[in-house]
Design a protein around this ligand. Structure first.
Ligand code: CS2
Length: 452
C-alpha cells in the first residue's frame, strides 16, 4: 500500500491565490473539485484553514494537501486525486493567515462557516453581546497583530494586514449555506471593521468585492468502510478520503475584483441574481433534508436513503415541497425537474448520509429552511402543513425524540421545551417568530401524529 504524494499522484503546488476558512469534506468535494477542473487550475492554489476541528490539517500534512475524491455513483465509484489545496493550516495559524492576506497575489477569500459562526443577532447585525467577539475586536483595536478566534475578527485581522501591505483589491466569495451570503458577509465585515478602525470600513467599501453564491453537493462524513473500499480499489491508503455524490451545482453572482478561476469549465453558472436559485436549494433540498432528519429519525431511520424509501416520509416530503413551490420564483417546470432530481439523489443507495448529521444546528436551519414557507403561506391566509410538520418534528427532537440534539445553541433550545407539549410549541414558535393560533394548533396536532 502506498500513500499520496505530489511527485507520483498529483500536480505541483499552484501558487496560493485563494484562502478558504472552514475546510471540511464539503469544500473538498465542491469548490476544490471545481478549481481542480478549471482550465487554469495551475494558477489557482487554495490555502485552506480549518474551522472547528484542526484534525484535517494534520491528516492532510503527510500528503501535502492531496486527497482522493470518490464519486459514489449508483453504478460504482469514480476516484480521482485532487491537487488544488496548496497549503492547509490549523485555524489558529494566524501568522499564515495574515501572510496570505498581505500577499497581493492572493485575491479571493472563500468560506464555509455556519450561520452561528458569523455571530449575528436576530436582526442580522453583529452580535455585540457575544463576549468572545467583543474581546477579539477589542484586541485587534489595541494590536492589529493580536490573536483572535472568531470568524468576523479573523476577516478583519486579514484585511488589516492587507491594507498595511499596500491594500490590493480582494473578493469574498462565501460558500456558506446561508441566504444572500454575499451581502451578509459584507455587512458582518463592515460592522466588525467599524468596531476596530472606522477607516478600515471605508477601505472595505472601496477595495473588497463580494460575490453571492449557491452551493450544492451532498457530501456525508467518510466512513471506515469507504476508506477500506477505496483503498482496495486504488491501492492507496488515504486517511483524508472524501466521498460525494455525482451531482454538483454552483451558481454565483457578483464582481470578482481581481480575477477568478475558470470554474465555468466544470459547470459553475454565473448569473445576475442568485436569490431564486438559493431559495430553491435551501428550501427544497435543505428543507426536506431537515424534515427527514427530524421526522424520519423519529420513525427509526438512520440515513436519508432509509427515510426517503419509507412511503410515509416520502409523502411528508412531497407535501412540504407542494407547499414550498407555491412561494418560489422559478418556472414550475424547473422546480418539478429539481424535485425529480432530488428524489433520485436521495435514492442513491451508495450515499449514506446520516440523518443525525443533518439534524445538527436546527436553531439556525429551521429558520432558513421552513419558516419562509410557513410565513409566505400565512400571508396568503393559509397554513402550510407540510412545512409545519418539520417544526413539529423539531420540537419533538428538542424534547429528546429521534436524532440526538447537537446544536450551537443547544441549552437555549432545550430550555424552550421544558414544559408540556403545548407550552413547548408556543415557545418554539415564538423563537421562530411565528405568532398564530392556527399554526400552533396544527403543530400540536402533528406532534401527536408523529408520535403515534
Ligand atoms: C444538509 C446539507 O447537513 C445538512 O444540513 O442539509 O449539508 C446538504 O447536504 C448540503 O447543503 C447539500 O448541498
Amino acid at each position: 500500500m502506498t500513500t499520496l504524494n505530489r511527485n507520483e499522484h498529483g500536480r505541483a503546488k499552484a501558487p496560493v491565490r485563494m484562502v478558504h476558512l472552514g475546510i471540511g469534506n464539503f469544500t473538498r468535494a465542491h469548490q476544490a473539485w471545481y478549481t481542480e477542473h478549471a482550465t487554469d487550475a495551475d494558477q489557482w492554489g487554495i490555502a485552506a484553514f480549518t474551522g472547528r476541528s484542526p484534525a484535517i490539517a494534520e491528516t492532510l500534512a503527510p500528503s501535502e494537501g492531496l486527497y482522493q475524491l470518490c464519486v459514489a455513483d449508483p453504478e460504482g465509484d469514480q476516484v480521482e486525486v485532487i491537487s488544488c489545496l496548496s497549503e492547509v493550516h490549523a485555524a489558529d495559524d494566524l501568522a499564515a493567515w495574515r501572510g496570505y492576506f498581505a500577499d497581493p497575489e492572493m485575491v479571493i477569500v472563500t468560506s464555509t462557516i455556519t450561520e452561528a459562526g458569523y455571530l449575528r443577532n436576530k436582526d442580522g447585525d453583529l452580535d455585540l453581546s457575544n463576549q468572545q467577539l467583543v474581546a477579539d475586536l477589542a484586541a485587534l483595536k489595541a494590536d492589529p497583530a493580536a490573536a483572535v478566534t472568531t470568524a468576523p475578527a479573523k476577516f478583519v485581522a486579514g484585511l488589516l494586514a492587507r491594507r498595511a501591505a499596500g491594500g490590493a483589491d480582494i473578493t469574498f466569495c462565501p460558500c456558506d449555506n446561508i441566504p444572500e451570503n454575499g451581502p451578509m458577509v459584507k455587512h458582518v465585515i463592515t460592522q466588525a471593521a467599524q468596531q476596530v478602525d472606522p477607516s478600515l470600513a471605508e477601505w472595505v467599501e472601496q477595495h473588497v468585492g463580494v460575490v453571492t453564491t449557491m452551493v450544492d453537493r451532498i457530501t456525508p462524513r467518510t466512513t471506515d468502510e469507504d476508506r477500506e473500499r477505496v483503498e482496495a480499489a486504488t491501492g492507496i491508503t488515504d486517511p483524508a478520503l472524501v466521498v460525494t455524490e455525482p451531482f454538483a451545482e454552483w451558481v454565483l453572482a457578483g464582481e470578482f475584483k481581481a480575477g477568478r478561476p475558470a470554474w465555468e469549465t466544470k459547470g459553475a453558472r454565473f448569473v445576475d441574481d442568485v436569490v431564486p436559485h438559493e431559495a430553491r436549494k435551501l428550501t427544497l433540498l435543505n428543507g426536506s433534508h431537515s424534515l427527514m432528519a427530524y421526522a424520519g429519525s423519529i420513525r427509526g431511520h438512520e440515513t436519508v436513503y432509509d427515510a426517503i424509501t419509507d412511503e410515509l416520509v416520502l409523502g411528508w416530503v412531497n407535501q412540504f415541497w407542494d407547499d414550498a413551490v407555491k412561494h418560489l420564483e422559478l418556472p414550475a417546470q424547473e422546480l418539478a425537474d429539481y424535485r425529480e432530481a432530488l428524489l433520485s439523489r436521495y435514492r442513491n443507495p451508495r450515499i449514506k448520509h446520516l440523518l443525525a448529521q443533518i439534524a445538527g444546528d436546527g436553531s439556525q436551519k429551521v429558520l432558513i429552511r421552513h419558516v419562509p414557507t410557513i410565513k409566505a403561506e400565512l400571508a396568503k391566509g393559509g397554513v402550510a402543513e407540510g412545512a409545519t410538520r418539520a417544526v413539529a418534528a423539531w420540537v419533538l427532537h428538542l424534547r429528546g425524540v429521534g436524532a440526538p440534539v447537537n446544536d450551537a445553541r443547544a441549552d437555549e433550545m432545550t430550555a424552550l421545551v421544558q414544559g408540556d407539549e403545548q407550552d413547548s410549541v408556543r415557545k418554539v414558535l415564538a423563537y421562530l417568530g411565528i405568532d398564530d393560533d392556527r399554526i400552533a394548533k396544527t403543530v400540536l396536532a402533528q406532534l401527536g401524529e408523529l408520535q403515534a
